[in-house]
Write a protein that binds this ligand. Structure first.
Ligand SMILES: Cc1cc2nc3c(=O)[nH]c(=O)nc-3n(C[C@H](O)[C@H](O)[C@H](O)COP(=O)(O)OP(=O)(O)OC[C@H]3O[C@@H](n4cnc5c(N)ncnc54)[C@H](O)[C@@H]3O)c2cc1C
Length: 398
């Protein structure tokens, strides 16, 4: 390697495969995602046809092994997908994330060969829509207290409980998603993971959450498990391994949500810069007013910091290993708030127009808030970070 070769390293697209993915995403977002985004937000409707198209383009299985229909790529590729979709339609991006990472990547790491072979090809192309069921009406952050029970019964288990706020729980108001990883307690303080599939007796879609603040193009609903019989073959790993499964997949989940925030901030910056270059007040372009400069400059600096942090963490994450938990928490803690501030600044720069749907940033402002809650609240990140840093202060200088 020549002395300067390391300077050529492209953090945002390190290989020709990543460059190709960036091109595919750019085209897809411009031609197919952007034209439908406002309407699906307005109608609070998941775009199933667009989802299938994302499957055709290989975007639903970027991190899955090639033998199961995936592209066999890494955390950087997952970040690219989530960032790009969220420059246009974070609600659709959230559905893709829940399917591709919360469900499919989780199964890919924690499932056995038979489960992977049977299910992954169908989720890689979008034929099946998947999701992850952790949250319950009474339990979110305090996940070890979950109330859904899986009772051993002969050659299987019987699951009883309710999960709520589940992304992709429905494809439309009547049809549940196809397949879910469900965390349920098999003994006090022991959580196990199960695959539950549409059509299993006792499993069904409860209420759809309507009038969400943002992410309205993703379906959020309740799933009901009323004596659902699940064969042992649908248990992931051993009994009691559910917490381990959660931990193994948490880093990529949080990083991908951070990437969504970066995509939101990117679009907000583009909108506010373009507007400030055209709008005049008091005989001058508003970009010449110091207060407007501050909105743009601060948003840009935070966006750049978040973007580099997210891609650098992606570079270090191995999808089959834990090890980057502090940065997964820290990227989301920072990027989610930076995106919300950028969206707020964009509305302010646009004045009254920023408040109107046509100018996009009001939708991004609503969408940005979710990332401070879903996949771990800000307060959960504070807690995790201080726990990890207290245990190993060396992480600060790493
Ligand atoms: C649009 C949307 C999509 C979602 N998709 C999914 C999904 O696909 N699958 C899924 O399983 N879940 C999903 N969720 C749920 C989400 O992950 C939870 O809402 C989140 O984990 C917080 O849980 P909670 O809402 O029960 O809040 P709670 O845990 O009840 O927390 C309430 C408040 O108390 C704070 N708090 C809790 N404990 C502490 C503490 N020890 N110290 C300080 N503060 C604390 C929290 O930070 C929060 O501010 C989704 C949520 C939304 C809104």
């Amino acid at each position: 390697m020549s002395e300067d070769a390391w300077r050529e390293f492209k953090l945002l697209a390190p290989t020709p495969e990543h460059e190709l993915l960036a091109e595919t995403l750019g085209e897809f977002v411009r031609r197919e995602v952007e034209p439908q985004a406002a309407q699906h937000d307005r109608e609070e409707r998941f775009n199933h046809a667009l989802f299938l198209r994302a499957g055709e383009l290989g975007l639903l299985g970027v991190t899955l092994p090639e033998e199961f229909g995936g592209a066999g790529m890494d955390a950087t590729a997952a970040v690219q997908v989530c960032e790009a979709l969220s420059t246009s339609d974070p609600g659709f991006g959230l559905s893709v994330l829940a399917h591709a990472l919360l469900f499919a990547q989780n199964l890919s790491i924690n499932g056995n060969e038979e489960q992977r072979k049977r299910i992954l090809p169908k989720v890689a192309n979008g034929e099946w829509v998947g999701g992850l069921c952790m949250t319950e009406p009474e339990v979110g952050t305090d996940v070890l207290s979950l109330a859904t029970k899986a009772r051993r019964d002969g050659d299987g288990y019987v699951i009883d409980g309710t999960k709520t706020f589940i992304t992709n729980s429905g494809i439309d108001d009547q049809t549940p998603g196809d397949v879910f990883i469900v965390y349920a307690s098999t003994a006090p303080q022991k959580i196990s993971s199960f695959l539950v599939e549409r059509g299993m007796p006792g499993f069904g879609l409860g209420q759809k959450w309507k009038d969400k603040l943002g992410m309205r193009a993703s379906f959020t609903g309740e799933l009901v498990f009323d004596g659902v019989r699940v064969p042992v073959a649908n248990r992931l790993g051993d009994e009691g391994e559910g917490t381990l499964h959660m931990m193994r997949n948490l880093e990529i989940e949080r990083l991908a949500l951070s990437a969504m925030s970066v995509g939101i901030a990117q679009r907000c910056l583009e909108v506010m810069i373009a507007y400030a270059n055209e709008r005049k007040t008091f005989g001058a372009l508003i970009r010449d007013h110091g207060q407007i400069q501050r909105y743009i400059a601060e948003s840009f600096a935070e966006y750049r910091a978040a973007r580099v942090f997210v891609y650098d963490t992606a570079r270090r994450i191995r999808l089959d290993q834990a090890g980057q938990r502090v940065d997964a928490d820290a990227t989301k803690l920072f990027a989610s708030q930076a995106a919300k501030r950028a969206a707020d600044a964009a509305i302010q720069v646009l004045g009254g127009y920023g408040y109107m749907g046509e100018y996009v940033v009001e939708r991004l402002w609503r969408d940005a808030k979710l990332i401070e809650i879903g996949g771990g609240t800000l307060e959960a990140h504070h807690r995790n970070l201080v726990k990890d840093l207290s245990r190993d202060p060396g992480l600060v200088r790493r």
